[in-house]
Design a protein around this ligand. Structure first.
Ligand SMILES: Cc1cc2nc3c(=O)[nH]c(=O)nc-3n(C[C@H](O)[C@H](O)[C@H](O)COP(=O)(O)OP(=O)(O)OC[C@H]3O[C@@H](n4cnc5c(N)ncnc54)[C@H](O)[C@@H]3O)c2cc1C
Length: 387
């Protein structure tokens, strides 16, 4: 079908942003949609995954984040462990336990953490000495205890993202790169999305623009959902001479002031910074790099003499730090898929399955509900001023 005014094909769904959120929902939509249903994915950059998706720490943890995030993560495990045939060349999840360490100053946060039923079920308490046996650079005498999550894992982020894009294309979907959205207007029942490379016309628009989702919402005339991008820094450093960290767990402190994990023979370290930022191509600040090195040297015996590589990316949150998935209550055909914060990789399969189902028929798949996924906890109307 062609739009008479614009001579452009009318897509049933136009997804804006081809990071993990946009690529995954496009693939799920293409799979679930009826015949002759058209899904188009547009991306501003020449390379999808250039922003937050390409900068993550690749952690899969079922006890990390708010309760709705944890439910989405649990519901994502099956897809990551058993993706569709030929989805990815390698396994997407490589087991790596995570050890959440606590100092005396963090005793209260440690207690609160241990009171959550699902966290209790997904972890076991270990002594400082046991934690140090798993990661010999930890200063055990600084710790009061630790929780180990045996079932956490490293995610092959590139494999997952490329798998979604490949699947989307194989199911007949199309991706346009270099399509920077400049204006969004509504004419009758259709959205017109003007980009540098042409105007796209669609019945439904999915806003999966990551840190720019607030701006895309504003272009469409939506109310502000209070999305705030926050910069997070990561550095790569050499492990101590003569030590092979490949089998060390990921180490994170319960106050989320630092984490480190093995990464291809190096150690990936983050100071867990959350500096408010405009949506942009985030770059690491020298101070945050120094804080990362300092915090990990305080918690361990590691001596950092050189930072091999550093980068930063944006983790975008709304006020309750829970992602947003649902139709805008005031703008017909405008769907939010945003605010994934620091969990947008590990929750992607369940978020995409849910979003595709909400877009197509407004239902929550029973499989997701069984994991405790509740659409109302994710709906954008929880964030909008009433009236
Ligand atoms: C340092 C760091 C560590 C992290 N670690 C983890 C982790 O261990 N586990 C985890 O699950 N998550 C982690 N995350 C979070 C995760 O990376 C994000 O939640 C996820 O990548 C968000 O995906 P997205 O598709 O929403 O955003 P993005 O990947 O940023 O994609 C949004 C896309 O929209 C496009 N776009 C924006 N505006 C426009 C426009 N006007 N027109 C067209 N296209 C547009 C952008 O170019 C971009 O490609 C981490 C993030 C950072 C920064």
């Amino acid at each position: 079908m062609k739009s008479p005014e614009f001579e452009s094909p009318v897509h049933d769904v136009l997804v804006i942003g081809a990071g993990m959120a946009g690529a995954s929902v496009a693939a799920h939509l293409a799979e679930k949609c009826p015949e002759n249903f058209s899904v188009h994915l547009i991306e501003r950059e020449d390379q999808p995954g250039y922003h937050s998706t390409g900068r993550s720490a690749a952690l899969f943890s079922e006890i990390y984040g708010s309760a709705p995030v944890r439910a989405l993560t649990r519901a994502s495990r099956a897809f990551l462990e058993h993706p569709p045939e030929s989805f990815a060349a390698h396994t997407l999840l490589e087991p790596r336990p995570t050890v959440f360490v606590a100092t005396a100053a963090q005793a209260e946060a440690f207690d609160v953490m241990q009171q959550q039923e699902d966290i209790k079920a997904g972890t076991r308490w270990i002594s400082p000495a046991e934690a140090a046996a798993l990661c010999p650079i930890l200063r055990a005498d600084e710790l009061i205890g630790a929780l180990i999550e045996d079932a956490s894992a490293d995610i092959d982020v590139h494999g997952l993202h490329q798998g979604y894009l490949k699947r989307f294309r194989a199911l007949g979907g199309a991706l346009t790169l270099g399509a920077d959205v400049e204006a969004i207007t509504r004419e009758g029942e259709l959205w017109q999305v003007k980009t540098r490379v042409g105007t796209f016309v669609a019945k439904t628009v999915v806003n999966a623009a990551g840190a720019w989702a607030g701006q895309i919402g504003a272009l469409a005339g939506a109310q502000d959902i209070g999305l705030m991008p926050k910069r997070r820094t990561a550095i790569l450093v050499e492990p101590p001479a003569g030590m092979n960290p490949a089998r060390w767990p990921m180490i994170m402190d319960v106050g989320e002031e630092f984490y480190f994990k093995p990464d291809a023979g190096m150690l990936l370290v983050s100071p867990c910074d959350e500096t408010e930022s405009p949506a942009c191509d985030a770059q690491p600040e020298e101070l945050d790099v120094a804080i990362a090195a300092d915090r990990v040297m305080t918690a361990t015996t590691l001596q950092i003499r050189r930072v091999s590589h550093s980068w930063a990316g944006l983790r975008s949150f709304v006020a309750d730090r829970t992602p947003v998935s649902g139709y805008d209550p005031k703008l017909k055909g405008f769907f939010w898929l945003a605010g994934q914060g620091g969990y947008g990789i590990q929750t992607a399969p369940a978020m995409a399955e849910l979003a595709a189902s909400l877009i197509l028929d407004g239902t929550v798949p029973a499989r997701l509900a069984d994991f405790g996924v509740d659409a109302s906890a994710l709906a954008p109307d929880r964030l909008l001023a009433s009236g």
